[in-house]
Write a protein that binds this ligand. Structure first.
Ligand SMILES: *Cc1c(COP(=O)(O)O)cnc(C)c1O
Length: 417
């Protein structure tokens, strides 16, 4: 199709590229909902038509502290008036401070800052390969991953995730990843060979359908890595930063990884990612081996430090655990109330999934359009429930009432057919 001049393209006759392509100038890579938000306050988003939406999507687990949190707004605007960007040619004070605080709060000894989850995962792959390279084993460069995983949309992270639908049409998948079925211990042992560098897993699978890896399995992975001299990489881009009621989800299992990818909630809505590593796992990452122009710039660091100020406050994570319990009990109640709609409730903390019998994408759309409740779809016909960590008890109750009305509608249609 040739590009018509804008004069011959009056608004009403523009044929969208897809049925959901509202503005053809924006590449149609997302199936967006037809709503534009203008403002946010805590757990609420306000659309351009003034309608209020209860936000249990949190920008896909990004707005951990909700919208327009006063401390984050202040941190960002104060920094914005001083200095935005210097590059990594110089020391960045906010980076040193945030890295030291992350080191103090976790297993890690070293932190590399980037801008997104995919970049954090790529940084972890590179660190794992480099570790074996400097240890005299350049042949150890392959990484074992799990079916249903999601690690991002760059070529390497797509190969790591192994989702056929996302890989289609982009040429051969990047080499270096060996995928095994989730929970297949025999396949896992068989996948580890003389070329294996690391095993990578999300302690709670997010996009893949909200599947929690049981603690004994995470401990088993730690043992397996130790027995074979492999590095264990956790992708806590979605399940980390307080989402499960601990700063990081693996803390529930009582073991630690060698490398960890972090993003989403760490910037509270400002693009920020990080690779956390033990001193040993970071051994190959010397000057010149890796970089990012924007990674760890003063704006991102100001917000990252403010997010951590809030999350490390006494009682913050305990409050998340209590809210999570309330949400989980409510969701289990809905499952009992609507057995023809809800198949199972899964997840951990405020990263919950409702496995549905009707089409999950339709339920997510209906919740937004009829009840102004925002949820996120996931694999395996699951609707994700991801409130901000600052959600209030009455807002959880409100969301459950809205969900009950959505389910009642789907229940009625099922009964009729
Ligand atoms: C979202 C996500 C990513 C990718 O993050 P981007 O910022 O979109 O690149 C990687 N891993 C997990 C577990 C995620 O949920």
């Amino acid at each position: 199709m040739s590009k018509p001049s804008s004069a011959s393209r009056p608004e009403a006759t523009v044929a969208p590229v897809t049925p959901l392509g509202y503005a053809p100038a924006v590449m149609a890579t997302y199936a967006r909902q037809d709503v534009v938000f203008e403002r946010g306050e805590g757990s609420w988003l306000i659309a351009t038509d003034g309608q209020r939406y209860l936000d249990f999507a949190s920008g896909v687990a990004v707005n951990a502290l909700g919208h327009a949190h006063p401390l984050l707004v202040k941190a960002l605007t104060d920094q914005a008036a001083k200095l935005w960007h210097t590059s990594n040619l110089y020391r960045v004070a906010g980076q040193e401070r945030l890295a030291e605080r992350l080191v103090a709060a976790t297993f890690a000894d070293r932190v590399f800052f980037c801008n997104s989850g995919a970049e954090a995962c790529e940084g972890a792959f590179k660190a794992a390969r480099r570790y074996h390279y400097v240890a005299g084993h350049p042949e150890r460069w392959r990484i074992v991953t799990f079916k249903g995983a999601f690690h991002g949309r760059t070529l390497a992270t797509l190969a790591a995730g192994g989702n056929e639908k996302y890989l289609e049409g982009f040429g051969p998948a990047s080499d270096g990843f060996d995928q095994v079925a989730f929970g297949d211990h025999r396949a896992l042992e068989a996948a580890v060979g003389p070329e294996t560098a690391a095993i990578m897993i999300e302690p709670v699978q997010g996009e893949g359908g909200v599947r929690t890896v049981p603690g004994p399995c995470l401990r088993g992975l730690r043992d397996l890595c130790d027995r074979h001299g492999l590095l264990l990489i956790f992708d806590e881009v979605q399940c980390g930063m307080g989402r499960t009621g601990k700063l990081f989800a693996h803390e529930w299992a009582g073991i630690t990884p060698d490398l960890m990818a972090v993003a989403k909630g760490i910037g509270g809505g400002f693009p920020l990612g990080a690779v956390l590593a033990t001193e040993r796992a970071a051994i190959g990452m010397t000057a010149g081996t890796h970089g990012s122009t924007f990674g760890g710039n003063p704006l991102a660091m100001a917000v990252g430090n403010a997010v951590l100020d809030v999350m490390l406050e006494d009682g913050f994570l305990e409050a998340v655990q209590l809210k999570a319990l309330r949400l989980k009990q409510g969701l289990e109640g809905l499952k009992d109330q609507f057995p023809s709609v809800v198949e199972a409730i899964r997840g951990h903390g405020l990263l919950m999934g409702i496995k549905l019998k009707p089409n999950a994408a339709e339920v997510v759309r209906a919740a937004a359009s009829t009840e102004h409740l925002l949820l996120v779809g996931a694999g395996d016909n699951v609707a994700r429930v991801l409130p901000p960590l600052i959600v209030e008890d009455h807002e959880i109750g409100d969301a459950l009432s809205r969900l009950a009305r959505v389910f009642a509608r789907f229940d009625a249609t099922l009964l009729k057919s």
